[in-house]
Design a protein around this ligand. Structure first.
Ligand SMILES: C=C(O[C@H]1C=CC=C(C(=O)O)[C@@H]1O)C(=O)O
Length: 370
């Protein structure tokens, strides 16, 4: 199967209004797909399920799973192709900018007057749909090799497309990895940049919260925390700290529940920030800032890749992997429009106008492929 016939197969599946997900992990070339044969919605119960998870921001709402056992698995190597970038502005009404800046101002006042330290505020930007969504997916693969690129569809939920830079949790065997990602500045052809105190603090808050959270879980040990460093995500840069640990596989549910939502998409203290978002943001985030990815995926590796026709399973090792990502830099696709979701962390030192600009820069991740 080549890449175009892979997409053709998915397109046909979509035209029958059947659920599917196609995706590629960061830094990889293999594009995978799971095609579900019916439109039943299955939900996650205890995180022992094996399948592709799609979870909303609201942790009271249930996460959907496409079970690996019932879906048809397909895969193909990504093929390069030329993306002609058209730098287009998708202007928004002044009214929307005023509304957002007012909300940011109100949030800063609340932070100054209460125990709220940081809260992530977001919004959605509506854009007219001009071409078919599979082309967006193809362009995202090409433009963002370091992102988890996906296109997810269920007829009862809709279609979501994204290219996220943020891992929620990755596990293999008894090793666990996560990250604290926060702070944003525009990428100007170099990663050698300096960060203001405001961004450094905003990111350090996320690292502390992740480390504190994980250290409260009995099944987690051996926590290791790296140094903050600059990473690129499309046309913006972020500060990132890698966190790793050893864990007991029985603790996976607790770990996911503890990590989602991270202060990179919610805030601190957690309860106050979560409450503030649900009551003051004034719209439904839906699956934006939720999480998605493989849960308990059986990964088979040939121990000796030069040996062909290996029949003896001793030459293969099987490991269970979980690869979940935070649903950022994403959009929902409707018949004739798109809704691009964007947000940013607000602290007492935030500037409403820069926060508006930041959402514009982040929206460009999706706009570049339209
Ligand atoms: C909430 C978003 O980004 C988060 C991840 C990285 C940097 C962020 C920031 O600088 O505010 C956000 O915490 C988004 O892209 O919509």
């Amino acid at each position: 199967m080549n890449f175009d016939s892979f997409l053709e197969k998915v397109r046909e599946h979509h035209s029958l209004q059947l659920p599917f997900v196609i995706y590629r992990h960061p830094g990889e070339k293999l594009v995978k797909g799971q095609l579900q044969p019916n439109n039943i919605i299955e939900y996650i119960n205890d995180f022992q399920e094996k399948g592709f998870v799609f979870a909303p921001f609201n942790s009271q709402k249930r996460a959907i799973v496409f079970s690996f056992a019932s879906a048809e698995a397909i895969s193909v190597e990504q093929e390069s192709f030329q993306v002609n970038l058209k730098k287009r502005e998708y202007k928004e009404e002044q009214q929307e900018q005023d509304r957002y800046e007012k909300l940011i101002n109100k949030t800063i006042d609340t932070i100054k007057a209460s125990g709220l330290e940081k809260v992530v505020i977001s919004r959605k930007k509506e854009i007219e749909l001009e071409t078919e969504p599979f082309l967006y997916f193809k362009r995202l693969l090409e433009l963002y090799p370091e992102a988890m690129v996906y296109c997810w569809y269920h007829p009862l939920v809709g279609m979501w497309i994204g290219a996220t830079p943020e891992t929620l949790v990755k596990t293999e065997g008894r090793r666990l990895k996560t990250m604290a990602l926060a702070g944003t500045q525009v990428f100007n052809n170099t990663k050698e940049v300096s960060w203001k105190e405001k961004e450094k603090e905003e990111q350090a808050i996320v690292t502390r919260a992740i480390v504190d959270g994980l250290s409260q879980i009995a099944e987690v040990s051996n926590l290791q925390v790296g140094e903050p460093h600059t990473v690129r995500a499309g046309n913006v840069l972020h500060l990132k700290t890698n966190v790793s640990a050893t864990y007991e596989t029985s603790g996976l549910k607790k770990i996911i529940k503890k990590l989602h939502p991270t202060p990179a998409v919610c805030g601190l203290p957690y309860e106050m920030a979560y409450d503030y978002i649900l009551t003051k943001e004034n719209y439904d985030r839906s699956y934006y800032t939720g999480y998605l990815g493989e849960l308990n995926f059986q990964h088979t590796k040939n121990r000796n890749p030069r040996r062909r026709n290996v029949e003896n399973s001793a030459y293969q090792s099987v490991s269970k992997q979980t690869n979940l990502y935070v649903n950022l830099r994403c959009m929902q696709v409707f018949d004739n429009r798109l809704e691009v979701y964007v947000g940013g962390g607000i602290t007492k030192d935030s500037q409403p106008k820069s926060e508006w600009e930041e959402t514009q820069r982040k929206a460009e991740t999706m706009q570049q492929v339209l």
